[in-house]
Write a protein that binds this ligand. Structure first.
Ligand code: HEM
Length: 448
C-alpha cells in the first residue's frame, strides 16, 4: 500500500517514472532535499520502492541479507543477460554460482591479467596522434571490451573474434541515451518485430552473440588441451561440491553477465577519472610524480598499491557511482528497518549516490578531493561503489586493477588535455550513468 511507505513522493506515478528514467540523479537530489535520506517512489507500471541513503539503515539491511530476495528484483536485466545469470539468482543457487565464478577474478590470477591489460592499453593508444581529439569513453570502452574478450572469453584474434568485437559494441551502444534506454524499463516497447524495431534489433544481435559464444564453447570442449588461462576456461573446469560443472546455457548467460556488468562500468569510471584528473593540474602532477617514482620497476602489481593513484580511483568511484542505486532488495517477510515497519514484498533501493554525497561523511562532497581518503577510513556502508553484503560486485578487484593500470599506462606516456571547457554532467546509459558527450580530450604530446 502506497500510503504505508515512509515519506512518499506525491506527484503522479507516471511523472515519477519519466523522471526516474530520464534523470535519476536530479530525481534523488530533489527528493532527498525534500524528504531526507529515506523516501518512497512510485513508478507507473513498475511498483513502489523505498530509496535509502542512510548508512545505519543500510547496515541493518546488509546484516539481514538472507531475509531479502535480490536476484528476482533484477528481472529487468533478464532479456539482455538470460535467465541463468548469477545476477538473477537467489539463495543456495546464487551462493553456488558465486563460488564457481569467484576464483578467476581474485588472488594470483589478477597478476596474469595485469600484463594483458597494459598491452591492450598500449596497443589501443598506439594509434593516437599528437593534435588528435578523441572521446575518452569510447576509447576506454575499446580497452575494457578488449579486456573482457581476451581475459574472460579468451579471444584475441581469428574469425570469431573479428565478428564478436563489432557486434558487441553495436549491441551495447543500443542504449546509449536516456531515450534509447527506456526500452529496458518499459515492457510495452519490448516487442520483437524484426530488424526495423529497436527491440527486434536488440534480440537479433543477442542471437548472433549467443551463436558465436556457443561455437566458442563447443570448440573448447572438443579440444584435447581445452582449458587455457582465460576465465571461460576456468569456468568450464570448475565444479561444485557435487562435482557438477556449468552447462552451456549457464556459461553463455554468465559470459554476458560479466560483459554487461564489467565492461561499461569500468570504461565509464575510467573516463570520469581522466576528466577529473585533467580538470585538476595539481592532481595530475602528483600522479605523474608518483608514477615516476616507480622508475623502471616492472612489477605491475606495485602500481596497484600506489597510494595516490588508489585515492584518485576511490574518489572517482565516490563521485560517479556508475550504478546510481544497488540491486533491489525485496523483503521476504515483514520487518523493521530504521524504525519503520515494512510489509513483505517491500523493495529497497540502496542509493550509493546519496551516501557518497553526504556532507557529514564527505565535506565539500561536490569537490574532487582524493586526499579525503588519507584522512579517514570509510566503513562498507559509508563507501559502497561496488555494493555490499552477499551481492558485492564480483569484479571489484579486477575493476580497480584495470583502472589503475590503464591510467598509469596512459598518463606515463601521453600528455592529454580536455578539449572542451564546459563541465560534463552524468546521463543515463542503459542501467548505468555515464558522462554526457563521453568527455572529449586532445593528445597534446607524447612523453616517452
Ligand atoms: C568500476 C567498475 C565496476 C563498478 C562500479 C561495479 C559496481 C557493481 C555494483 C554496484 C554491483 C551491485 C552490488 C549490490 O547490489 O550490492 C555489482 C554487481 C556485480 N558486478 Fe560489478 N562493478 C564494476 C565492475 C565489474 C567487473 C569488471 C565485473 C566482472 C568482471 C563485474 C561483475 C559484477 C557481477 C557479476 C555482479 C553481480 C554480483 C551478484 O549478483 O552476486 N563488475 N557491480
Amino acid at each position: 500500500m502506497l500510503s504505508s511507505l515512509p515519506n512518499s513522493i506525491t506527484s503522479p506515478a507516471w511523472w515519477q517514472l519519466i523522471n526516474w528514467i530520464g534523470d535519476p540523479i536530479g530525481f534523488q537530489q530533489r527528493y532527498s532535499q525534500k524528504y531526507g535520506d529515506i523516501f518512497s517512489m512510485h513508478l507507473s507500471g513498475m511498483g513502489s520502492y523505498v530509496i535509502i541513503g542512510n548508512p545505519q539503515a543500510i547496515q541493518e539491511i546488509f546484516n539481514q541479507d538472507s531475509k531479502f530476495d535480490i536476484g528476482r528484483g533484477n528481472d529487468l536485466a533478464m532479456p539482455l543477460i538470460g535467465q541463468n545469470s548469477l545476477m538473477l539468482m537467489d539463495g543456495g543457487r546464487h551462493r553456488r554460482e558465486r563460488k564457481l565464478l569467484m576464483p578467476p577474478f581474485h588472488g594470483e590470477k589478477l597478476q596474469v591479467y595485469a600484463k594483458q591489460i597494459c598491452l591492450i592499453t598500449e596497443q589501443i593508444a598506439s594509434h593516437w596522434e599528437v593534435g588528435q581529439t578523441f572521446i575518452t569513453r569510447s576509447a576506454m570502452q575499446k580497452v575494457s571490451l578488449e579486456v573482457i574478450l581476451q581475459i574472460v572469453f579468451g579471444l584475441s584474434q581469428g574469425e570469431r573474434y573479428e565478428q564478436l568485437q563489432p557486434l558487441l559494441t553495436a549491441w551495447l551502444d543500443m542504449t546509449d541515451s536516456p531515450l534509447r534506454s527506456s526500452m529496458l524499463f518499459l515492457r510495452f516497447l519490448q516487442k520483437d518485430w524484426g530488424m526495423w524495431t529497436p527491440w527486434g534489433q536488440m534480440k537479433q544481435r543477442q542471437r548472433q552473440v549467443h551463436n558465436l559464444l556457443q561455437a566458442e564453447i563447443t570448440e573448447k570442449r572438443t579440444k584435447q588441451d581445452n582449458y587455457g588461462s582465460d576465465v571461460l576456461s576456468l569456468m568450464m573446469a570448475a565444479t561444485d561440491e557435487n562435482g557438477q560443472a556449468m552447462s552451456d546455457e549457464e556459461l553463455k548467460d554468465e559470459l554476458l553477465t560479466i560483459l554487461f556488468a564489467g565492461h561499461e562500468t569500468t570504461a565509464t569510471t575510467l573516463s570520469w577519472a581522466f576528466y577529473q584528473i585533467h580538470r585538476h593540474p595539481d592532481v595530475l602532477e602528483k600522479l605523474q610524480h608518483e608514477l615516476e617514482s616507480l622508475g623502471n620497476n616492472n612489477n605491475l602489481m606495485e602500481i596497484n598499491q600506489l597510494p595516490y593513484l588508489t585515492a584518485v580511483c576511490q574518489e572517482t568511484l565516490r563521485m560517479y557511482p556508475v550504478l546510481p542505486i544497488l540491486f533491489p532488495r525485496i523483503t521476504k517477510s515483514s520487518m523493521k528497518i530504521a524504525g519503520y515497519e515494512f510489509d513483505a514484498e517491500t523493495t529497497f533501493l540502496i542509493s550509493n549516490y546519496l551516501v557518497h554525497y553526504r556532507e557529514d561523511l564527505y565535506p565539500d562532497a561536490k569537490q574532487f578531493k582524493p586526499e579525503r581518503f588519507f584522512g579517514r577510513q570509510y566503513s562498507p556502508v559509508e563507501y559502497l561503489p561496488f555494493g555490499g553484503g552477499s551481492r558485492r560486485c564480483l569484479g571489484y578487484a579486477l575493476a580497480q586493477l584495470e583502472m589503475k593500470l590503464v591510467l598509469a599506462t596512459i598518463l606515463s606516456k601521453y600528455q592529454l588535455v580536455l578539449a572542451e571547457d564546459k563541465p560534463v554532467i552524468m546521463q543515463r546509459r542503459g542501467f548505468t550513468l555515464a558522462p554526457k558527450g563521453g568527455v572529449r580530450m586532445m593528445i597534446a604530446g607524447k612523453l616517452k
